[in-house]
Design a protein around this ligand. Sequence first.
Ligand code: SF4
Ligand code: SF4
Length: 423
Amino acid sequence: MRKADRTGGRLGPWRRSFQWATSLLVLGIPFVRIGGDSLLRLDPPSLTLYLGGRALPIEELYLFLLLGIALILLFLLVTLAFGRAWCGWACPQTTLSDLTEGFRARIGLGAGAETKAANLWRRGVFHLFCLALALLTAANLVWYFLSPYEFFARLAQGRLGMAAGLTLAVTAALVYLDLAWVRRLLCREFCPYGRFQSALVDPGTLTLRFHPDEASRCIRCGACVRACPMDIDIRRGDQIECINCGRCLDACRDVMARRGQAGIIRYTFGLSGRGAAALLNPRMLLVTTAFVAICAIFAATLLLRTSLTLKLGRPTGLVARPLDDGQTLNFFLAVVANRGSAPLEVGLRARAPDGSPLRVLGPVAEIHLAPRERRRLDFAVVSPNSLGAGEILLTLESPQGQTLVSGQARLAAPLDAKDKGTP
Ligand code: SF4
Ligand code: SF4
């Protein structure tokens, strides 16, 4: 049997490629625009989430709720399926720690006594690297709230703003402290995910293990322990500190390959030996079904929602007033919102139940709405008393007469001309 067949290949290069790909994705997303809007950004001043070329104002709470539920279910799903592989392969803390430790080794700055003896300039270079990485990480976080194009323009003019500047400074300081001194200690002592994950572990969850039934093959070389960034011994079984990075797996594969054997440490889905089929259990199927359903509802709601909305109401105070010609003047208010990214021109029309037009008084013709503009309109409808207290149709129409959105409003009971009005 060839060596490659025995070892199954190293996972390290795959893990590093995955970390680079996810890092570049997270760094690049804020720069992507669709139709002039950010691909993904929360705009604090307008409390609007930009997602996939659509603007979702905070008023559309149901969409935020759906998105929040979908994210929680996705988190549960990833945890149930891949366990702590998230920590070792995708967590930004691990990626940044790996990068920092890699740089440390590259410039020849070791650990322990070796660190104390290292040249002063090496320490300086290392801390400058941590600072640069911390600033990039903090800026990347800010770009999900303030578009990077605006960020750099404001930075060049020296007017970044209090909120963005403070967020940048505080985040950069925290990340710098983390990278320069804390690193793995954060995973080991403070991160709640490991504790949370152990409560969620499923019979099919992907886990990295030293297989006890093959323990007799272990030559006690200690390569797995030396490779571990968390300073633990995988041979002692599942441990909360293990981030499932797979370094011990690679170390063991290398050692055992020299003996023409397969490694003893492996990733397995659960303990049943059924492979990925172990994931087909009721808990996984339930969470997957709920996640797919919520995503489908969210996508359908997003696709079917109109870019123009019309909400009708009555102003406080005077509701209706009789006219001398035997008709009634009904007062209304409307809130018109353009949720799209292009300006709109519309006009508001009123129709009786039989489709005949009704006179509308107020600033309702040629309404120009900028992208994402909301406007209140106060207007009155002249209705013949023959309509009684019936419903009328109010529509927002394009300049070509096409109905874009409509709503119904109820008229006040007909009034006699000698009445003063209906409060
Ligand atoms: S035991 Fe293995 S997988 Fe766990 S942290 Fe150490 S090297 Fe990574
Ligand atoms: S690297 Fe493999 S063979 Fe060496 S001590 Fe660890 S488990 Fe045993």
